[in-house]
Ligand binder design. Structure first.
Ligand code: ATP
Ligand code: MG
Length: 431
């Protein structure tokens, strides 16, 4: 026997059944996709789909060379002619903005967009952290807020409500100000970090000059006290930034969306300014963030577009669904309404014809295939979870009739003319 070939580490199959180390089924996933697409639609956001592969330079320029995502986690390879470096997308914003610029979408005015699909990061796989994972995200381009900031946060909250997890997630909020404010803060921060250079870990020492704000984002417990006492960006914000932040908080208060201000929230990617936020949970261990986002007013210009403000978020679908499965509610019932059974050669065609008519009325019909005894087929019908069995034997076939059996309820069994099948079923379903 040849050796089996396995999936790539950290990349999951989505199956109709639960796997021991990955309990999300394709049907659960599908139900989520439907829910989230409806939610985006209700807010007037339109979908965008971009390729999974982009030029590496797109991510270097937008996400930033010094970030973990670009520095360590990207799947990068040379295209066959060796001149072009390509990467699997590690997130959705850069591709979305690239497409918006390339197709000049903002010419038609501001855009409210959403996307969903696989992303790739070479991280250490663990529960809630994979190498191929999926994000749903929105990007609102051409609006300078804070009304739009509040809108996308409210959209998240509405989705959490619908998924039954609102009480299990907390909104953390911060304001990163503008470039000058960050520069002034950065100067003070670097001076402060230099005073503490001796205790910094390797990451900290490296980031001290490249990306000092990220030193404060450290998960190293030995550095928490130092990070807590560091100069706070919020104290360097000017009037406009403060007004924007206050405007957002006032709207959130009015909408009844609770938040926790976290002055150390900086987010992993370099492109953010003003509003940044994360939705975190204490139910998924170390993988606490289910959704993160913020404003990136300079990014369109940085990628070669006309200057225009932007804000967006990305949610990790695996993390979110692990949370929903344990603590929320999402109905994923793809069981058939009817299990179709036949006995004898002459019964097969009438069965397939009747099943086709039912499907035409929107009834889900799972047809038995292969030659098996009636008893065996009835067992399969019961195990399938279908509500009804549709049975055609030689006798029924000869008379143009069918038998319907209620497998779980109290309707029993009736034999009707084949043309009456749907009417009869409808009566039972509505009863
Ligand atoms: P973390 O701090 O957990 O690594 P991040 O800041 O790198 O997250 P973002 O780039 O903000 O994550 O991506 C948005 C969301 O995508 C995250 O909040 C998370 O829910 C999800 N996500 C990110 N990386 C992974 C991954 N490797 N596996 C599964 N989900 C992920
Ligand atoms: Mg990460």
């Amino acid at each position: 026997m040849s050796q089996k070939i396995q999936a790539v580490k950290g990349m999951n199959d989505l199956l109709p059944v639960e796997q021991k180390d990955f309990p999300l089924t394709s049907e659960f996933w599908q139900a989520f996709e439907h829910t989230v697409a409806r939610c985006a639609q209700r807010y007037g956001y339109r979908q965008i789909r971009t390729p999974i592969v982009e030029q590496t330079g797109l991510f270097v320029r937008s996400i930033g060379e010094e970030t973990d995502v670009v520095g360590k986690e990207m799947y990068t390879f040379a295209d066959s002619n060796d001149t072009l470096s390509l990467s699997l997308r590690p997130e959705g914003t850069a591709s979305c903005l690239r497409a918006v610029i390339e197709h000049n979408l903002l010419y038609n005015g501001p855009q409210k967009l959403w996307y969903m699909g696989p992303m790739f990061r070479r991280e250490r796989p663990q529960k809630g952290r994979y190498r191929q994972f999926h994000q749903m995200g929105v990007e609102a381009l051409g609006y300078d807020g804070p009304d739009i900031d509040a809108e996308i946060i409210a959209m998240c909250a509405a989705l959490w409500d619908e998924l039954g997890i609102r009480e299990h997630v907390t909104l953390e909020l911060n304001c990163l100000g503008n470039r000058d404010e960050r520069a002034a803060h950065r100067e003070a921060l670097v001076a402060y970090l230099q005073q503490h250079e001796a205790i910094l870990d390797e990451d900290g020492k490296r980031r001290l000059h490249t990306n000092p704000l990220r030193v404060l984002d450290t998960k190293n417990p030995d550095l928490q006290a130092m990070a807590d006492a560091a100069p706070r960006l919020i104290d360097y914000l000017g009037e406009d930034s403060r007004a924007h932040y206050q405007g957002l908080k006032t709207l959130l208060d009015g909408l009844g969306i609770a938040y926790v201000e976290n002055p150390r929230l900086v987010r992993g990617l370099d492109y953010y300014n003003l509003t940044v936020f994360e939705w975190v949970t204490d139910k998924l261990g170390a993988q606490a963030t289910v959704c993160g986002g913020g404003r990136y007013d300079g990014l369109l210009e940085n990628l070669g577009g006309k200057p225009a403000p932007g804000i967006g978020f990305g949610m990790g679908i695996e993390r979110l669904l692990l949370l929903v499965r344990e603590h929320g509610c999402l109905k994923a019932d793809n069981r058939a309404d009817v299990y179709a059974i036949y006995q004898g050669e002459g019964a097969l065609l009438p069965l397939m014809q009747t099943a086709a008519v039912l499907r035409g009325h929107g009834v889900n019909v799972l047809q038995h295939c292969g030659v098996h005894s009636l008893k065996n087929q009835m067992k399969k019908a019961a195990a399938s979870g279908a509500r009804f069995a549709l049975i055609i034997g030689e006798d029924e076939a000869a008379k143009g009739e069918v038998t319907l059996k209620d497998l779980h309820g109290s309707h029993g069994q009736v034999t009707v003319a084949a043309e009456q099948t749907y009417t009869q079923l409808q009566q039972w379903m509505e009863a």
